[in-house]
Unconditional design. Structure first.
Length: 188
């Protein structure tokens, strides 16, 4: 992981890991060995790579309705936020560090975050969570699933992106945007 010196290199590496549909929480060490992972596991691997290269291992949880939540590894450069993410949907992966706040970063996922019915589903985000808090549970190297990570993310304070009144009035995604965002998606 030391060779993955930049967030862009980390993203490229994570993109090459086959996406798996599973109810698991593999540690980064297991993802490297088994060469498969879903969004949580990709974010964990990215956080570990960031840490190995001198950055804090930060994750942010994106909560949705009528859809799966999404987890991204977040980082800062020159005071601005960016993210690294594993997804089989085209639009909810990497973000360059151009966002002033975690909220701005979370909002950048909004238009690309939708379910198979075309409903825009992203509703809230967590503050960045430092996984160093879980070092005693060996989140980077455990041979067991690291369920402590999603538990920490669920317990983290979440902030709504907009009022419920706005959410109720959201239109479905148009067909062209829907199809563009499905690039790379595979049915499980």
């Amino acid at each position: 992981m030391r060779a993955l010196k930049t967030p862009a290199l980390i993203q490229k590496f994570i993109d090459a890991v086959p996406y798996q549909y599973a109810n698991t929480a593999l540690s980064p060490q297991r993802v490297l060995r088994e060469r498969k992972g879903h969004c949580l596991e990709g974010a964990l691997l990215a956080a570990a790579a960031l840490r190995v290269n001198g950055r804090p291992p930060l994750l942010m949880d994106l909560e949705s309705v009528h859809d799966d939540d999404h987890v991204v590894a977040v980082y800062r450069e020159n005071g601005l936020w960016g993210s690294i993410a594993k997804s089989n949907f085209a639009g909810i992966r990497f973000r360059a560090p151009v966002y002033r706040t975690p909220r701005e970063l979370a909002l950048s996922y909004f238009e690309f975050y939708y379910n198979l019915r075309g409903e825009r589903t992203l509703r809230s985000y967590s503050k960045p969570v430092n996984l160093a808090r879980l070092d005693s549970q060996h989140w980077m190297t455990s041979e067991e699933d690291v369920w402590c990570v999603p538990e920490l993310l669920i317990a983290a304070r979440h902030y709504p992106l907009f009022p419920d009144k706005v959410a109720r009035a959201l239109p479905r995604l148009d067909r062209r945007s829907f199809e563009a965002g499905m690039h790379g998606w595979t049915k499980h």
